[in-house]
Ligand binder design. Structure first.
Ligand SMILES: Nc1ncnc2c1ncn2[C@@H]1O[C@H](COP(=O)(O)OP(=O)(O)OP(=O)(O)O)[C@@H](O)[C@H]1O
Ligand SMILES: [Mg+2]
Length: 301
């Protein structure tokens, strides 16, 4: 029995509810987006211009082009690259996440469309998986996706996508005049939007645990109920931010780095998020088949 199997079994015995790990190895605009509390394009441009004039160091960006060629070079999913290994693997991963996100009625998962990607330790592949998952869901016309960089201490989503840093999550939490719609970046992938981490703040953990953050998450989950929201997050063991975030998410994807993360680390991380009953393990960077690439994805099954 592998390390992950043992950890997951233990967790399952304790809780009896862990979701089986995921196998790794145009949408119309959300109807909610046109609701009355969304400002018009003209108003939005005005707010953005005023903000950027006042804050030359903290720019607000309405629209940006993801460097898709660079992403492709990094082995990540891009539109129109249908048959890559990554595309196939993430197709499998997203299926149950999407299903869970939209269960209606008695079995509905609270905030099921809010999906956090985390890991036990740094560098296991959270950002890689979060972007691939977001891109897979967005480009296969399943749903509109909002990719949130919630790794506020060490944000890397914008950099990985080849974009400049911008105002985002931390700024909305700190400035009540800023609205989510002001700081979300539209991209050249029509169905994908990005909420950057924003300006770094020494009280980031407290801000993530704040009432303002709970309200924002409620707003995101309810304002855009047919949108999948993926949160790239910090690792669980060295930070408290990840635990705070996990407590407010509908589903969690926990990335486990093949042949590196110890059983102890996986167990400890699972213990920290055991109040969430929808946890999926993704086995990342598994050695692929002989002759294949050095990276791959694997699930615990
Ligand atoms: N399956 C994979 N195949 C190829 N490269 C990968 C894979 N997963 C991760 N990587 C690479 O490993 C490195 C670390 O990945 P990534 O930045 O996604 O980790 P992270 O968990 O987000 O790190 P941090 O804790 O610093 O935020 C990156 O260079 C990334 O491109
Ligand atoms: Mg990261």
């Amino acid at each position: 029995m592998s390390i992950i199997e043992k950890a997951a079994n233990r967790f399952e015995q304790a809780k009896g509810e862990i979701t089986r790990p995921l196998k790794i190895t145009p949408e119309p605009r959300s109807s909610g987006e046109q609701s009355s509390n969304i400002i018009s394009g003209e108003q939005s441009s005005k707010i953005i211009n005023e903000h950027n004039t006042r804050n030359p160091d903290r720019q607000m960006i309405a629209q940006a082009d993801i460097n898709l060629a660079r992403l492709h070079q990094l082995g990540m999913i891009t539109p129109d690259q249908g048959k890559t290994l990554a595309a196939q693997e993430f197709r499998g991963i997203k299926r149950s996440l999407i299903q869970n996100a939209f269960i209606k009625g008695a079995g509905a998962i609270h905030h099921g469309n809010l999906i956090m990607v985390t890991s036990s330790l740094p560098r296991e592949g959270k950002t890689f998986c979060a972007i691939n998952l977001a891109m897979s869901i967005a480009t296969e016309m399943d749903h509109t996706v909002l990719l949130v960089d919630a790794d506020v201490a060490r944000p890397s989503v914008l950099r990985t996508l080849g974009l400049k840093s911008a105002v985002g999550l931390m700024d909305i939490l700190l400035d009540e005049k800023l609205d989510l719609a002001d700081v979300m970046i539209k991209t050249n992938v029509d169905t994908l939007r990005i909420l950057p981490a924003g300006t770094s703040h020494r009280h980031a953990t407290e801000l993530l645990a704040s009432q303002a953050m709970s309200s924002l998450l409620n707003e995101i989950a309810n304002r855009y109920p047919d949108r999948i929201v993926i949160f790239d997050s910090p690792p669980l063991l060295p930070t408290t931010e990840a635990r705070v975030l996990a407590s407010q998410m509908g589903q969690i994807v926990m990335v486990v780095e093949a042949e590196t993360t110890t059983q102890h680390a996986v167990k400890e991380a699972l213990r920290q998020i055991e109040t969430n009953s929808h946890i999926n393990l993704v086995y990342n960077k598994a050695k692929a088949f002989p002759g294949g690439t050095n990276y791959g994805y694997g699930y615990y099954d």
